[in-house]
Design a protein around this ligand. Structure first.
Ligand SMILES: [Cu+2]
Length: 511
């Protein structure tokens, strides 16, 4: 491992010398960037460099969490804890994690299994454990309503009943989510089912989890809790994957499946391979696509997941990187939000052997919810930190849906900021994007979707059958600073007899 980890400003080393680099002049809006110390933004001119080409640190793989089967339940134990972790060689950060001081182990369970998860809070502050993407009763969801006070243990139990997918877990304490997730409280929750896709599936060997977070590294060391410097939240200047700085993965097979989670608070990643070759998207938040989708770029906003398959030529040596993208804001706001950064994510080395395995033609995907089944339509307007003009109120139920029903939720971003939208307890389909049929990555099952400024998405949302008028699920922006600012609302699932329910802007409309 190289000890040359950064320049005097703490900017991570970018591999071979770039052709030309200049310090970005400040063309940011007033107040957009009051302190630039923690995150210096650089822009390249001409031929971009290849950040990540010199990464050498072996990629860490989060361990699979051991479980016991007791009385027909698969029992897991998590302990939320704080500590300090050397995330970047020579620099220790105040961090938080599950069963360790940074990130958490990977939980894995099968469709049909009953799971029971004991979560002990060894922090000095309250936390929660939310199972992001899981279809389960609201009382088990780990929202701000299931707070775990220090030294207490909370237990969630439910039966897994949804398709194979890459879910995750993270804390959800009201107003404190960005701090706790940003310090490292995140882990994957993989679901299996009885389908056997012809995909790489040997965890840590050819089926590789990638938990991407950005952190702020400055010359003075780690600086969590820096001021907010962009309209979408805190943007770090250094990327770590599974807690590994400058990671390299040495593949032993020519076909590699990457399960990618954007666990960053605000930063979006526009992923591509340094070879510019196509990779194949095989799964989105809620499960597999009907067939692999060849892509050369893939934008992932915070909390979104993607499963991609990368085919490696013999002796391949390439980089998965993030390249500039459009967030729909002003240029200054986009720059402050990291949208013009080029960042190495993971260097991947291929085996010597010739390709032996191919990308499958079709995949065992589950059916998406259909527009024809949706009887109620609701409209949600995103403000800068509001939903339908309101901020989160733990005591207010914003929306009531009927158990087992399907609705159309139209989400309109008329604010000045980029947002995304996450609905708890549901796997939804994106029906339209600005009135058009959605493109590739939005054709799969989703639970979180990016909504650039000025765009309107129609979602087909099937709700669970777990009627509980007393315990709400959340829907919110998953840019965590926005969420903490109150960009969140609550819905409850009522008994099926209720054909309609109030929405923010009046009554739900019948279709
Ligand atoms: Cu937002």
């Amino acid at each position: 491992m190289s000890s040359d980890t950064g320049d005097a400003a703490g900017r991570p080393r970018q591999g071979p010398p770039p052709i030309r680099i200049r310090r970005r002049t400040l063309l940011l809006g007033a107040g957009a960037l009051t302190t630039i110390g923690a995150a210096s933004y650089w822009l390249t001119e001409g031929q971009p460099p290849n950040p990540g080409a010199a990464f050498t640190t072996p990629l860490r793989i989060p361990p699979l969490l051991q479980s016991d089967v007791l009385d027909g339940e698969r029992v897991f134990r998590l302990v939320a804890q704080a500590g300090d972790t050397e995330l970047v060689p020579g620099t220790r950060f105040a961090t938080m994690g599950f069963n360790g001081t940074y990130l958490g182990p990977t939980i894995r369970a099968r469709r049909g299994e009953r799971v029971r998860i004991h979560v002990t809070n060894d922090l000095t502050v309250p936390t929660t454990a939310h199972w992001h993407g899981m279809i389960l009763p609201a009382t088990q969801d780990g929202t701000p309503h299931q707070s775990i006070i220090p030294s207490q243990t909370w237990t969630a139990a439910w039966q897994i009943d949804q398709p194979a997918s890459t879910l995750w877990y993270h804390p959800h304490p009201h107003g404190q989510t960005e701090l706790q997730v940003g310090r490292g409280m995140a882990g994957l929750f993989l679901l299996d089912d009885d389908s056997s896709p012809d995909l790489p599936s040997d965890y840590g060997v050819d089926d590789i989890p990638l938990i991407i977070q950005d952190i702020a590294v400055s010359s003075g060391g780690g600086s969590p809790g820096t001021p907010v410097t962009s309209p979408i939240g805190r943007i770090g200047n250094t990327v770590i994957v599974n807690g590994t700085h400058e990671p390299r993965f040495e593949a032993s097979t020519n076909l590699v499946r990457l399960r990618i989670l954007n666990a960053s608070a605000a930063r979006c990643y526009n992923l591509e391979l340094s070879t510019k070759d196509a990779f194949h998207l095989v799964g989105t938040d809620g499960g597999l696509l009907p067939s692999p989708e060849p892509l050369t770029r893939l934008l992932l906003s915070p909390a979104e997941r993607a499963e991609i398959v990368v085919k490696l030529a013999p002796d391949a040596d390439l980089v998965l990187r993030s390249v500039p993208h459009e967030l729909g804001m002003s240029r200054g706001d986009n720059i402050a939000s990291g949208a013009e950064d080029t960042l190495g994510i993971l260097r991947i080395a291929g085996p010597r052997t010739a390709p032996a395995r191919s990308v499958p033609i079709s995949l065992p995907s589950s059916a998406l919810p259909q527009r024809a089944n949706a009887l109620i339509e609701r409209h949600f307007t995103l403000g800068d930190t509001t939903i339908n003009g309101e901020k989160m109120d733990m005591t207010r139920i914003d929306t009531v849906v009927a158990a087992g029903s399907t609705e159309v939720w139209t989400i309109e971003n008329s604010s000045n900021r980029a947002h995304n939208f996450h609905i708890h307890g549901a796997r939804f389909a994106v029906h339209t994007v600005n009135g058009d049929v959605p493109a590739g990555p939005l054709r799969g099952p989703k639970d979180t979707v990016f909504i650039p400024r000025g765009e309107t998405l129609e979602l087909i949302v099937p709700f669970s059958s777990f009627a509980d008028p007393a315990t709400p699920y959340m829907y919110h922006c998953h840019l965590l600073w926005h969420e903490d600012q109150g960009m969140m609302a609550q819905y409850v699932v009522a008994d099926g007899g209720l054909a309609t329910g109030p929405s923010h802007d009046g009554a739900g409309r019948h279709h």
